[in-house]
Write a protein of this length. Structure first.
Length: 79
């Protein structure tokens, strides 16, 4: 498949990083390194436990993502 290797269209990791980032920064202001590390640990647990269904859906959606990339490549899709 002739598509950029780092295409965001196919990188589930980008979506997972976004979930983690939102979890870290949607809380109280981080004022020191120890609090940052604790917040990151809690956010990882949050993503792994409470948002696991989102990650599973991203994997389940991979066939659809690949289809959209192929359709765009062939000029058959506008979005």
């Amino acid at each position: 498949m002739d598509w950029p290797a780092k295409s965001p269209d196919l990188k589930i990791a980008e979506d997972i990083w976004k979930l983690l980032s939102n979890s870290v920064y949607n809380g109280p202001t981080i004022k020191n390194k120890a609090f940052l590390f604790q917040t990151i640990k809690e956010s990882i647990m949050d993503v792994n436990v409470r948002q696991r269904n989102i990650i599973q859906n991203l994997y389940a959606d991979m066939r659809f993502r690949l289809s959209k990339v192929l359709l765009r490549k062939r000029g058959l899709c506008n979005n």
